[in-house]
Design a protein around this ligand. Structure first.
Ligand code: COA
Length: 370
């Protein structure tokens, strides 16, 4: 996982808008969040998270078959952030694409990555959830700016035989709720103009109460459905890792599921809502804290803009000590990253030299004609 350096506390926000630490904590549970400084981007966070995942899994970037990045805040509308990740990792054999499913993006991409492996087509899939919603927020709008943070989380899915792994997946959508969470301008329906910027239409707009209602209904429903698909009684779920939007949403979902809150991984106090990054960041932290053990049943559940929702039931299978990478292979990976950088620079240079040569040739031919 990776989050930006810059940390904003609730008191910091109270200096910007009319809010208070007490209001934010009691209505959302959030205490701090990390936001990008100038120059930090979704791709950069994704690349750092991906390198950490490769390190953990002791995997070679050149063995990656597919890179999926769940994000709604790509560095550019085109090309995809996944292609930037592919380039920086030197993952020369990989296909790469972004998955735009709002805050459900990571769980969506995880389900799709699993299907790509289950089909027999791929062996190693890199799945990333990354967002920098701070770039889309009106920092004068107190009802929104207190909720979100930036970050990225990544996992590697590997084809293996055995009882552990993904047990079941669930994807859902309801486009009739598109207007509940939306950035109206900047797409083909309303290209960015001076006027759209003046009207603030490039900012994230949200109907908080309706989204709240949707979230408290959809989390328990999705968990029930994916657990049923996996043949897993709710009482046998060791951990639910929900999208980290609001503590009150998670409380309500836990009550409806009749599953004690101790079975929920919650870290939104520190990070706020990091959109597609929230589930993998919570997963990474839970692994690092030793909460997640081999043999445990885990349900990941996301919801967000679209509207979308997604859930994945899985059985954890990795001992933490398995994840130690020998030093020489770390060195090898860092060499691959440096070579990837050099390769890109050389290709850019090669293209510039080609253009220059073509121009010189054209000038010489035109000179002779003259
Ligand atoms: N500080 C202080 N007051 C604030 C505030 C803030 N940051 N934001 C809103 N308020 C005010 C409102 O203006 C309103 O005042 P009013 O009654 O005088 O009009 C009051 O607080 C209550 O607002 P309300 O919207 O009813 O609060 P709420 O209890 O519903 O909580 C959210 C608001 C946004 C925290 C809550 O609706 C929520 O979490 N929704 C889901 C959002 C979400 O998860 N989005 C991402 C999904 S992926």
């Amino acid at each position: 996982m990776c989050v930006p350096q810059r940390c904003l506390t609730n008191d910091d926000l109270a200096q910007i808008v009319d809010t208070s630490d007490e209001w934010i904590r009691s209505r959302t549970g959030i205490e701090t969040r990390y936001v990008c400084s100038d120059g930090e981007t979704t791709a950069q966070l994704s690349i750092a998270a991906a390198r950490a995942a490769l390190q953990m899994a002791d995997a070679n970037p050149r063995d990656i078959d597919l890179i999926l990045v769940g994000t709604t805040t790509p560095d550019h509308l085109m090309p995809s952030t996944a292609c930037q990740v592919q380039d920086a990792l030197g993952a020369t054999r990989a296909g790469a694409l972004d998955v735009n499913a709002g805050c459900s993006g990571f769980v969506y991409a995880l389900a799709m990555g699993h299907q790509a492996i289950a089909s027999g087509e791929h062996n190693l899939v890199l799945v990333i959830g990354a967002d920098t919603l701070s770039r889309t927020i009106n920092w004068q709008d107190r009802s929104i700016c207190v909720l979100f943070g930036d970050g990225a989380g990544a996992v590697l899915l590997r084809a293996t035989e055995g009882p552990a792994g993904v047990l079941a997946t669930l994807l859902g959508s309801d486009g009739s709720g598109a207007d509940l969470l939306m950035i109206p301008a900047g797409g083909s329906a309303m290209p960015a103009t001076a006027q759209t910027v003046e009207q603030g239409l490039h900012y994230l707009q949200m109907n908080g109460r309706e989204v709240f209602r949707f979230a408290t209904t959809i989390i328990p429903r999705a968990v029930h459905q994916v657990a049923a698909k996996a043949g897993l009684p709710i009482s046998e779920i060791d951990w639910v890792i929900p999208h980290q939007a609001n503590l009150r949403i998670i409380d309500a979902a836990a009550k409806r599921l009749k599953l004690p809150e101790e079975h929920f991984i919650i870290n939104l106090q520190r990070y706020g809502n990091t959109s597609a990054a929230s589930v993998p960041i919570a997963l990474c932290e839970a692994i690092a804290e030793g909460k997640i053990r081999p043999g445990q049943n885990i349900v990941l559940v996301g919801f967000g803009a679209g509207l979308t929702w997604a859930a994945v039931a899985l059985k954890w299978g990795i001992e933490p000590e398995e994840a130690i990478s020998p030093r020489w292979r770390r060195w090898w990976r860092s060499l691959i990253y440096r070579w990837a950088r050099l390769r890109t620079d050389l290709r850019h240079l090669g293209r510039q030299v080609t253009v220059l040569l073509i121009r010189l040739t054209e000038r010489r031919v035109n000179g002779k004609k003259g």
